[in-house]
Design a protein around this ligand. Structure first.
Ligand code: 2BA
Length: 108
């Protein structure tokens, strides 16, 4: 019975590699097509229900298959109230991962 739910947000360019590796390693995976609120670009969010002792393995797979990318954006800073006119380089990815406790799991 899965006791953890892992949410992993990855670039859509990496989603095939993440998905195929996790599936090949025996994990149950759901892919959602999502959009980042900042860049408004498509990304992929994986839902992975698994046992506590496999969480680190899932994170290692997602990390290995997700690349960091740099991108220029019109200008912003964390927490800034206004946009700056100067383009700013940001690093996107590898992956953003949340690990949640599962209160109850049913397949009916
Ligand atoms: P986006 O929201 O489109 O963010 C893309 C990248 O833009 C982020 O990369 C980060 O480098 C930058 N960024 C985001 N918000 C910013 C801000 N307020 N000021 C300056 N730069 C900002 P990552 O951190 O690698 O995030 C990639 C994607 O993961 C995000 O796409 C979002 O869909 C998701 N994500 C990241 N952190 C999250 C969080 N705490 N909660 C929910 N989703 C998150």
């Amino acid at each position: 019975m899965p006791v953890k739910m892992i949410l992993a947000i990855v670039s859509k360019d990496d989603s095939s590699a993440v998905s195929s590796t996790l599936t090949r390693e025996g994990y149950w995976v759901t892919k959602l097509a999502t959009t980042g609120g900042f860049l408004m670009a498509g990304n992929t969010t994986f839902l992975i229900g698994t046992d506590d002792d496999r969480v680190n393995d899932v994170i290692a797979i997602v990390e290995k298959q997700s690349r960091k990318r740099t991108q220029m954006v019109p200008g912003a800073a964390y927490g800034a109230a206004e946009y700056s006119p100067c383009p700013t380089e940001i690093t996107v990815g590898g992956a953003t991962i949340f690990v949640l406790d599962v209160e109850r799991f049913e397949k009916v």
